[in-house]
Structures are given as structure tokens and as C-alpha cells.
Ligand binder design. Structure first.
Ligand code: NAD
Length: 432
């Protein structure tokens, strides 16, 4: 039975992947029925007093897609494009990601429709605290746990935890992960998504005997995940030839000096401005390119690390990279998957590649609950072990069933989800 979803939406597109995986896994009809619907979808209005005295009302969302395997878990996104449909899709992916990594969590996600760059810091704080006021009844340490996502960060997570604790009249550190270290954050959380992706990339590229420094890499998105990953890859000797942010990209066939690019980006806040400012320009011959051009570069490895739907039916045929690692959530649409597969490209899926973030969020939650904090080495070692073993499992399923790696990842996640959903009894059990 295939998942039915009549909405022409991101969630409908996400469901197509599930339908494909369902052909390769034996899971009860009841479990499939349950996975068709988000458990809770909350839409809220958040009034915020602006610095000039005016009042603005923002739309916010929190979706708990499924919590059979544990409390909901997922980030909060601040972006002008945030909608209920997007948040539902992201919560759906989180459900599969947590199951794939065998974390004791279900899937959730939240967001506010806002351009945070247009707000002052004080307005951003009022908005973040207002969001918690609005969703407080739907979250909790054993209910639904928040984390950072696009355009949210550790400081915002600290405000959210603080506000929730104020409402509860007790310290509730475990309700939010990705917090500042001083407020109960975990060592290694800031680099976790990139470290997890780096572990998967290294392990998988070695199967194709692609080693640094011959392997060329392009990274789209130079935020928390993309810039840190570019740094890890560059340090390991891979040749990063292109990077980009929302305003455009830079390309140097001989390889970019990522440490300098990062330093300049941090100063200028704009990737294009990095170029033609002192040292980076003089160190490396380069061109400026658009995001579309970056996606079509003739490189070995392409890493979309920005937003969803970057590679679609419209531009998939232009993508030349043979190895694509999805660090962003949903950067490739399901029809683009087919085109890339015809071209013989290997797509390593988001729910595996970017799962390092939620894995260390889990470690943070465990540390908050136990009050016993780990060293950076302990965090990274546990993270690498988990990422490597689940990546190898996905690879093996792909080989055994002769299916693409995205479908293999969904098959593995579905097995775990199906087992948990059926443990409450399914129609076969009740029929006797
Ligand atoms: P971020 O806000 O730190 O960075 C986003 C980056 O993407 C910025 O450099 C921004 O300029 C760039 N960008 C925005 N729109 C773009 C466009 N149209 N073209 C090219 N670049 C564009 O966000 P992040 O935390 O690095 O997240 C990036 C992606 O990784 C998202 O899809 C997020 O869901 C996913 N992800 C992040 C984490 C994490 O722990 N940070 C974990 C799992 C998944």
C-alpha cells in the first residue's frame, strides 16, 4: 500500500520517497496508516512589540509528526518561506532520521515565518520568547524537544530554554538542545552536523577509492553546517573548489583556502564580499558564480547545505557531480532523484548525512537529564561510531536489495518505525 497524500506540496513529495521504500519492507497496514498523518500540527500567532513601539504579529508552527519511538525532536527555523507544509515535511524527515539513527526520539519541527535579519537583537529575543509562550503546552522534556535550524542559533536556544523554565517554575534544560555550553549545551554540538557528514562522506568515498587531494568538492550554503564541513574536508585534504551563500558563490578550480574564506565571511557576512577583499583575492585565483552555476559544476562531490528543493526536475540534468551528499534537508526533489539516478549519480540522503546534529542533540539531552557532562573526545567518538555504523548499514541494504541509497535509508528507518508502531498491536493481533 502506498502512502496517499493529495496535497501538491513538499510533504506530498516527501511521501513519494516513503511509498518507494514501502515496496521493499514488510510493514503493517496500520503502521502505514499512522505514518500518513502528523500527530499534532500547531499554528500560532506571536505578537511582538517592535523597537519603534509598533506591534507585529508573526506566524509560528510546531509539528510533532510521530512520537512512537520517543519524544518529538526537531529544530526551529526562522525564515520568510516557513509554512505549515514545510514544517510538516521537516517533522516527517525528522521522524525517519531519528529512527534511522536508532535514537529514542520521534520526529518534530518548528518554525516562524520571519526574516530574522530585519529584526534587532531585542526584537529577536521577544519573538523567540513569544514563540515559547505560544507553544509551551505542546513541548517538554518528555514531549517534544527543540533545537536550532536555519537562522536560529545557540543564543536563541538559550532564550527558549530560559522562557520554558520560567513558565514551568523550574529549570528544564533538556527541553531544548543546541544551547550555549554555559546553559547546559553539549561540547561538539556546534560542529556535530558537519562532523557527522564528514564521517559519512569519508567512509563512503573510500568505497569508490576517491581520496584527497584529487577529489574535488563544491559546497552550496556556507552556514553552520556547510562552512564547518568545508573546513573539515579542507583540513583532510579534499579540494574544495566552490562555496556559496544566499547571495552567490565563489569558484577556484585550483582549490579555495577555506580557513581564509571563513574568516572573511565572518567579517563581511557575505560570501561575494569575501572576494575582492584583501587576502583571499590575492591568495587564490577565483571567479564569482551563481548558486545555479555551482550546482552544475564539473566536480566529483556536490554538497547542498542550504535549503530544500535546490535540485529539481528543472536543473537535475545539469548536475555533473557523481557523488551528492545532502547536508541540507530535502535539497533534491523526488523527480530530480530519478534524473540523477539515470545519470548514475549516487545520492547520499539527508536523513543519513545530516543526522550528526540530532545525534549530538540526543547526547545533550542525555547529559542534561543525568547531570553528567562528557568531554569533546567522548562526544565525537560516540558520534563517529554511530554515523559510521548506520552509514555502513544503509550501504549494505542498498547493495542487498539493489536499491538507491535514499530508499535504503527509508527501508531501515521504516523497519524500526514499523516494529515500534506494531508493538502496540496491529489488526492481525486484534483479529486474533
Ligand atoms: P544556517 O542558517 O547556518 O546557514 C544557511 C546557509 O545557507 C547560509 O550560508 C545562507 O546564506 C545559505 N543560503 C540560504 N539560502 C540560500 C540559497 N538560496 N542558495 C545558497 N545558499 C543559501 O543553516 P544551517 O544550520 O547550516 O542549515 C543548513 C541546512 O542544513 C538546512 O537545510 C538545515 O535544515 C540543515 N541541517 C542543519 C543542521 C544543523 O545542526 N545546523 C542539522 C541538520 C540539518
Amino acid at each position: 500500500m502506498a502512502i496517499q497524500n493529495t496535497q501538491a506540496s513538499l510533504l506530498a513529495d516527501a511521501s513519494k520517497r516513503l511509498a518507494k521504500a514501502l515496496k521493499h519492507v514488510n510493514i503493517s497496514e496500520d503502521a502505514i496508516a499512522l505514518l500518513q498523518h502528523p500527530k499534532t500540527s500547531l499554528s500560532v500567532s506571536i505578537p511582538v512589540r517592535m523597537d519603534d513601539g509598533s506591534l507585529k504579529v508573526f506566524s509560528g508552527y510546531r509539528v510533532r509528526y510521530d512520537d512512537t519511538r520517543g519524544a518529538g525532536k526537531g529544530g526551529v527555523r526562522y525564515h520568510p518561506g516557513v509554512s505549515l507544509d514545510e514544517v510538516q515535511s521537516l517533522a516527517f524527515w525528522m521522524t525517519f532520521k531519528c529512527a534511522l539513527l536508532d535514537l529514542p526520539f520521534g520526529g518534530a519541527k518548528g518554525g516562524i515565518t520571519v526574516n530574522p535579519k530585519e529584526l534587532s537583537k531585542a526584537e529577536l529575543e521577544r519573538l523567540s520568547r513569544g514563540y515559547i509562550d505560544a507553544i509551551a503546552d505542546a513541548i517538554g522534556i518528555d514531549v517534544d524537544i527543540l533545537a536550532p535550524d536555519v537562522y536560529t542559533n545557540a543564543v536563541i536556544m538559550g532564550w527558549m530554554m530560559d522562557r520554558y523554565s520560567t513558565i514551568q517554575r523550574k529549570l528544564c534544560r533538556g527541553v531544548v538542545t543546541g544551547k550555549p555550553l554555559a546553559l547546559g549545551g553539549s561540547k561538539g554540538r556546534d560542529t556535530a552536523t558537519a562532523m557527522g557528514a564528514f564521517t559519512v562522506i569519508k567512509a563512503m568515498l573510500s568505497k569508490f577509492e576517491l581520496v584527497p587531494p584529487e577529489t574535488t568538492v563544491a559546497v552550496q550554503g556556507f552556514g553552520n553546517a556547510g562552512s564547518t564541513l568545508a573546513g573539515f574536508l579542507a583540513d583532510a585534504g579534499y579540494k574544495i573548489v566552490a562555496v556559496s551563500d544566499s547571495k552567490g558563490g565563489i569558484y577556484a578550480p585550483g582549490g579555495l583556502d577555506i580557513a581564509s574564506v571563513t574568516e572573511h565571511k565572518n567579517q563581511s557576512r557575505e560570501m561575494k564580499a569575501v572576494y575582492c577583499q584583501d587576502t583571499v583575492c590575492s591568495i587564490v585565483e577565483h571567479e564569482t558564480i551563481t548558486n545555479e552555476e555551482l550546482l552544475a559544476l564539473d566536480v566529483d562531490v556536490l554538497i547542498p547545505a542550504a535549503l530544500e528543493n535546490q535540485v529539481t526536475q528543472a536543473n537535475a540534468k545539469d548536475v555533473k557531480a557523481k557523488y551528492i551528499f545532502e547536508v541540507a534537508n530535502g535539497p533534491i526533489s523526488s523527480d530530480a532523484d530519478e534524473i540523477l539516478a539515470e545519470r548514475g549519480a549516487y545520492v547520499f540522503p539527508d536523513i543519513l548525512v545530516n543526522a550528526g546534529g540530532v545525534t549530538v542533540s540526543y547526547f545533550e539531552w542525555v547529559q542534561n537529564r543525568s547531570g553528567w557532562y562528557w568531554t569533546l573526545d567522548e562526544v565525537n567518538q560516540r558520534l563517529k561510531e554511530k554515523m559510521k555504523s548506520e552509514a555502513e548499514r544503509v550501504w549494505q541494504i542498498g547493495k542487498d536489495l539493489s536499491i538507491d541509497l535514499r530508499t535504503a535509508a527509508y527501508v531501515q528507518a521504516l523497519k524500526r518505525l514499523g516494529t515500534a508502531l506494531d508493538a502496540k498491536g496491529n489488526r492481525d493481533y486484534f483479529k486474533g
